[in-house]
Design a protein around this ligand. Structure first.
Ligand SMILES: [Zn+2]
Length: 474
């Protein structure tokens, strides 16, 4: 039997940011007398931004744009976390743009407005909870559509937390269900038929509170809008697991000696900083010739860097994984090879972000290098790249392999110009380039060059790499 102590202590339902609907007023009034703390009205929420961590960043429309938007989100200074947050904000904007465009294509002249605000909470100087809430309204929707997104960050480990890091959903779901049925006794029982972890997807940690938000229609009538419940962590008892040690499968056994090095069949690779080194780079792939080049690299214990197109990543997932796992470098060459200098900040951002995410899904690592297609850059490209904490990489030897498609010529261009620190531009989408590599790779090695990735090359450079800057080697 589950106790329900929380009804005395807590609970709020508010339409965050926005219009207080009749349903929400009703719920609040019913509960008002039993709630000693934390009750606030929707109008108060609107002005109640809590910024306990990070600085305020935003996406805001320019005066000449159809769509009006002001999307606030925090910049916390952790690369991957900031990427996730900004990616979400951009996604909101892109969806709204698509909606407005779709209406216009139906001949309906319309525009829309997006307003997004957030709260950030800091708990125990370690956990940051971010609560993003917003509305999208247009002339052709009666009610603004509400949306919500939450992020929880462990700043000790610089990682995003999932709901499962906060609550044991198996034991927490019955507690949540009990709570909801007490609050809304008239809900039909089938409401809970498909109740699963996703009910906790919009969870935020704030001191000794757990905030859970539900988008309209999750289980309550649509006109209730966004629902926001505040629990005390005590209400979830042992189901609250954040910061608690995870139970081990076999707690009674003594810890065994940990092997110092994981055994590997790969020969140990060492780079001698005193010896010349160069970076072979391959653009525009991956494709069918990429694994052949990887075979050659493996045979000669050499490494290279592959500047891949994000649009090809998913369909060549095995190759991407192999590049990464074999110690070669996966780098970013945009999503579909546009001239980045002709795009807006947001479009450049998407080109880089989509590709980084596609690679990350497969390798678990984000690319840190960008080679802009056609080498085309302007100040906006520099700014976006800096925002990603990435560096741009040019080349010092351009084989023009795509133009002449002559393996002998590719070979000569490389071997004639190569010197310590060379970054060599090739394209793995041409079979003739692969054919050239059959001779190029062993001959470079026999001339005393170490074939390393661009990041390895940079790591031995005295010159510090700065995000957003463009690097080449002579
Ligand atoms: Zn290219």
């Amino acid at each position: 039997m589950i106790k329900l102590p929380f009804l005395r202590k807590i609970i709020i339902i508010a339409a965050v940011l926005l219009i207080t609907t009749a349903g929400i007023c009703f719920s609040r009034n019913n509960l008002q007398e039993s709630i000693p703390v934390s009750l606030f009205a929707a109008e108060e929420v609107e002005t109640m931004s809590v910024y306990e961590y990070g600085t305020v960043d935003s996406l805001t429309n320019k005066p000449d744009e159809d769509l009006i938007y002001n999307i606030l989100f925090p910049y916390v200074g952790f690369y991957y976390v900031d990427l996730s947050v900004k990616s979400w904000a951009n996604g909101v904007l892109q969806r709204a743009r698509r909606d407005v465009t779709a209406l216009k294509e139906q001949g309906i002249e319309t525009t829309g407005e997006i307003h997004v605000a957030y709260n950030s909470y800091l708990t125990e100087d370690r956990y940051v909870g971010i609560e993003e809430t917003g509305t999208f309204s247009s002339a052709y929707t009666n009610l603004p559509s509400h949306f919500v997104k939450t992020f929880n960050i462990d700043i000790f480990n610089m990682k995003l937390l999932s709901a499962n890091d906060i609550l044991n959903s198996e034991t927490a779901l019955p507690i949540l269900r009990e709570y909801i049925t007490t609050l809304f006794p008239d809900l039909p029982s089938e409401t809970f038929e498909n109740m699963d972890d996703s009910w906790f997807k919009n969870i935020v940690i704030n001191k000794n509170e757990i905030i859970i938000l539900f988008e309209s229609g999750t289980f309550l009538p649509k006109d209730l809008g966004l629902q926001r419940f505040i629990f005390s962590i005590e209400d979830f008892g042992d189901s609250f697991i954040l910061g608690k040690p995870k139970p081990t499968a076999n707690p009674t056994t003594e810890p065994t000696a940990i092997p110092t090095e994981s055994p590997t069949s790969e020969p140990v690779r060492s780079i001698d900083p005193e010896k010349p080194m160069i970076a072979l780079t391959f653009d525009d792939g991956p494709c069918e010739y990429t694994p052949l080049i990887l075979d050659l690299l493996e045979k000669h214990n050499a490494k290279a860097t592959f500047f891949v197109l994000g649009g090809l990543v998913k369909s060549n997932a095995d190759t991407i994984k192999r590049i990464h796992d074999s110690g070669n470098e996966v780098a970013n060459h945009s999503w579909n090879h546009p001239q980045l200098s002709k795009l807006s900040y947001n479009d450049i951002w998407s080109q880089i972000q989509w590709t980084n995410e596609a690679v990350f899904k497969i390798t678990g690592a984000y690319p840190t290098l960008l080679r802009p297609p056609y080498g085309s850059v302007n100040s906006t490209v520099h700014t976006v790249t800096a925002d990603f904490r990435m560096v741009m990489v040019y080349w010092s030897i351009d084989t023009r392999d795509w133009e002449h498609k002559d393996p002998e010529r590719t070979y000569e261009m490389i071997l004639e110009k190569v010197q310590n620190g060379s970054i060599i531009l090739c394209h793995d989408i041409h079979e003739k380039t692969y054919e050239a590599m059959i001779k190029v790779i062993p001959d470079l090695i026999s001339q005393g060059y170490q074939l390393v990735t661009v990041s390895e090359l940079f790591s031995f450079s005295a010159e510090p790499r700065k995000a957003g800057q463009l690097y080449s080697r002579q």
